[in-house]
Ligand binder design. Structure first.
Ligand code: PEP
Ligand code: MN
Length: 346
């Protein structure tokens, strides 16, 4: 349930309510808007008498939250959450673009692609160092060496780094190097990983599972938020359907649905959702038109040599064209593309 405080409630009154919630063994999550404070109560609320809270000083209303996800819901937090990475804002009025190779392969590959995506207008750099591959016999990523290369690319380009952690044990290591920890589709319901990323308080990119419903995605986000970590960006990356013409089927519907159900930013991955570079631009445009707060796009300077996902990777010049189209679509839907990151001097 949600305890809405009066606009003039004092800090003491807010604290009294939180203390009372805790005596029932429940958690109180504070959400302060410009006007008023809302206290989200999570835990077993069945034993809690609503009347007792309604009578407390400073309390305006007590509202049950009907959805199974609580902290993630717009009912609890009506305002858009903005997730910030070193000057890049997800969930604000401006649309942002993360781009880079599927995997970090070597220094030359990463730096060439990182410079190219920055010049094209990307705001953050992606690249996997720990790769969740379908086959154990394919390239598994460079591990910590890949993270070091990402840190070098960040220093050279000024782009924030987004990279995946596949297990709870990897979280502290990945958090040391990355500005945002990606939780891949295959790990969307790895609860130990969700808990570790939640506890880290690090910004997270949570990708929708291959066969996960929107509600399951929101419940996965709830694990992270339940640790007091609200820095979560959701990502639609295509789902499994009977259709085999594309790698996955982009659930465009999920974008406006998620935007209405949750306050968290929502981005689209047109690369994994189509699996073919020829379709990436069209679906990226559709995502921004549908209200996505941004994109994560695979770009490789030499896709034909890529160790993973070359077939869905854009060459830098196609990516540059895509960024121009995204700017135009963002304008058409009353938003704008965030300004490009300035080159790092020296
Ligand atoms: C990736 O981003 O390279 C990736 C493996 O994505 P997903 O988890 O969505 O398949
Ligand atoms: Mn990939």
């Amino acid at each position: 349930m949600m305890i809405v405080m009066r606009t003039n409630a004092t800090q003491r009154e807010i604290k009294n309510v939180i203390d009372r919630v805790q005596t029932y063994g429940a958690q109180a999550h504070l959400s302060s808007g410009e006007e008023r404070t809302v206290i989200g109560v999570v835990g077993d609320v069945r034993a809690m008498p609503r009347d007792e809270f309604i009578r407390m000083d400073g309390v305006d209303r007590v509202i049950p939250i009907s959805r199974p996800y609580k902290l993630t819901s717009r009912e609890f937090h009506p305002w858009n959450t903005e997730v910030r990475l070193d000057g890049v804002v997800f969930g604000g009025p401006q649309v942002v673009v993360i781009a880079g190779p599927c995997s970090v392969e070597d220094r030359a590959q990463l730096l060439e692609t990182a410079h190219a995506v920055r010049e094209a207008g990307a705001h953050a750099l992606r690249g996997g160092a720990f790769k969740p591959r379908t086959s154990p016999y394919t390239f598994q990523g460079l591990g910590e060496e890949g993270l070091e290369l990402l840190a070098e690319a960040r220093a050279e380009t000024g782009l924030a780094v987004v990279t995946e952690a596949m297990s709870p044990e990897q979280v502290p290591l990945v958090a040391r190097y990355a500005d945002m920890i990606q939780i891949g589709a295959r790990n969307m319901q790895n609860y130990a990983l969700l808990n570790a990323v939640g506890a880290s308080q690090h910004p997270a990119l949570l990708k929708r599972g291959l066969s996960a419903t929107v509600e399951e995605l929101l419940m996965a986000a709830e694990y992270i938020l339940s640790h007091g970590n609200n820095n979560v960006v959701l990502c639609e990356r295509g789902i499994r359907t009977f259709e085999t013409a594309t790698r996955n089927t982009t659930d465009i519907n999920a974008i406006p649905v998620l935007k209405s159900l949750t306050h968290l930013p929502v981005i689209l991955d047109p690369s994994h959702s189509t699996g073919h570079w020829e379709y990436v631009e069209a679906i990226a445009r559709a995502g921004i038109a549908a209200g996505a707060d941004g994109l994560i796009v695979e770009v490789h300077a030499h896709p034909e040599e890529a160790l993973s996902d070359g077939g869905q990777s854009l060459k830098p010049e196609r990516f540059a064209a895509l960024v121009r189209q995204v700017a135009a679509i963002a304008d058409a839907v009353g938003r704008s593309l965030a300004p490009a990151k300035a080159a790092v001097s020296g």
